[in-house]
Write a protein that binds this ligand. Structure first.
Ligand code: BJW
Length: 248
C-alpha cells in the first residue's frame, strides 16, 4: 500500500477518461492554522461542535454561539490556503471529470483556485436571517453584537447546523459524482457526520477505488482500498508530483 498505488489509479482514471471525486473535511485546513472540530486542538472552551452547531444552542444562548463563530471567523480571515488546498486545485486541471465536495465553510478551496466544487455545510463568510429571509449578507468585519435582519430577527451564520437539511442541489450533485467516480479521495475528515460521511461508501459500492488521506484512523479506514496516513499538506502535493512526472 503506497502513494505509488494511488498515483497509478489516478493515472489510469485519467487515461480512461474516468472521473475523480474528492471529499474534504476540517483536516485539510488544519495546516492553515484552522482548528478541526474534533481531536487534539479541536475544541473551543471545552464545547463540542454538537453542542454549538445547532439551532437549539442558538436559541438558548445566541451570544455564546455567535462568539464561537466570531472566534473562528477571526482565525479564517488571517488564514490562507496550504499546499493541500493548492494540490487539489492543480489536480482539477489534470482531469476532464474532477469534482470537489467540501464540508468546510472556510472557502480556502476557492482561494486556492478550485472551481468545480460544492459546499455541503454552507459558508462562514456570510450571515442569513434566523427566520428565513432570503438575503445573504457578507460578514466582512468582526461584529461583537449579533446583527439583526430588517425583519427584526437575529442574523446567524450561513452554515448548516445539526438537524438541518443540507442544500438540496449540492447534496444531489455530491451523490451523483460520488456514484460516478472511478477514484474517490476522502481527505481530512473524521467521517462521522452524515450525510457527508456516507459519500465515500456510496462511491465504493458503485465501484470507486477509495483512498483515505488522514494522519489518524477513522470509521472509514477499514473500508478504504488505500490509506495514505499523514497530513494532507504533505501527501497531496506528493500525489500531484507523481501525477505530473514524466515517468509512465
Ligand atoms: C487531518 C489533518 C491534516 C487532522 N491532514 N487530516 C446517520 C447516522 C447518524 C446520524 C445522522 C445520520 N444522518 C444524519 C444524522 C444526524 C447528523 C449527524 O451526522 N450526526 C452525527 C454526529 C452522528 N447530521 C445532521 O444533522 C445533518 N443534517 C441532516 O442529516 O439533515 C437531515 C435530517 C434533518 C433532521 C432530522 C434527520 C435528518 C447536518 C450536519 C451538519 C454538520 N455541521 C457542522 C458544522 C458546520 C458549520 C460550522 O462550521 O460551524 O459541519 S458539524 C462539523 O462536523 C462541521 C464539519 O463539516 C463536520 C465534519 O467534521 P470534519 O470535517 O470531519 O472535521 P473533524 O474535526 O471531525 O475531523 C478532522 C479530521 O481531520 C480528523 O479525522 C483528523 O484526524 C484529520 N486531520 N489534521 C489531514 N493535517
Amino acid at each position: 500500500m503506497s502513494i505509488e498505488q494511488a498515483i497509478d489509479r489516478l493515472k489510469e482514471a485519467k487515461l480512461k477518461g474516468g472521473s475523480v471525486a474528492v471529499l474534504t473535511g476540517a483536516g485539510i485546513s488544519a495546516e492553515s492554522g484552522i482548528p478541526t472540530f474534533r481531536g487534539a486542538g479541536g475544541l473551543w472552551k471545552t464545547c463540542r461542535p454538537e453542542e454549538l452547531a445547532t439551532a437549539e444552542a442558538f436559541e438558548a444562548q445566541p451570544e455564546v454561539v455567535w462568539e464561537w463563530y466570531e472566534w473562528r471567523r477571526g482565525i479564517i480571515r488571517k488564514a490562507g490556503p496550504n499546499p493541500g488546498h493548492l494540490a487539489i486545485a492543480q489536480m482539477e486541471s489534470l482531469f476532464s471529470n474532477f469534482f470537489l465536495i467540501t464540508q468546510n465553510v472556510d472557502n480556502l478551496h476557492e482561494r486556492a483556485g478550485s472551481r468545480t466544487l460544492v459546499h455541503l455545510h454552507g459558508t462562514i463568510s456570510h450571515n442569513r436571517c434566523y427566520h428565513g429571509c432570503p438575503a445573504l449578507i457578507e460578514a466582512k468585519e468582526p461584529q461583537a453584537m449579533i446583527p439583526k435582519c430588517s425583519c427584526g430577527a437575529l442574523m446567524r451564520p450561513a452554515v448548516v447546523w445539526f438537524g438541518e437539511m443540507l442544500p438540496e442541489e449540492a447534496l444531489e450533485h455530491a451523490a451523483i459524482v460520488s456514484q460516478e467516480a472511478s477514484v474517490f479521495l476522502s481527505v481530512g475528515t473524521s467521517g462521522i457526520v452524515h450525510p457527508a460521511a456516507s459519500l465515500p461508501l456510496l462511491a465504493k459500492s458503485n465501484g470507486a477505488f477509495l483512498i483515505e488521506v488522514n494522519p489518524d484512523p477513522t470509521p472509514l479506514t477499514s473500508s478504504s482500498d488505500l490509506v495514505l496516513q499523514g497530513p494532507s499538506g504533505v501527501i497531496l502535493p506528493s500525489l500531484m508530483a507523481g501525477l505530473t512526472s514524466r515517468t509512465p
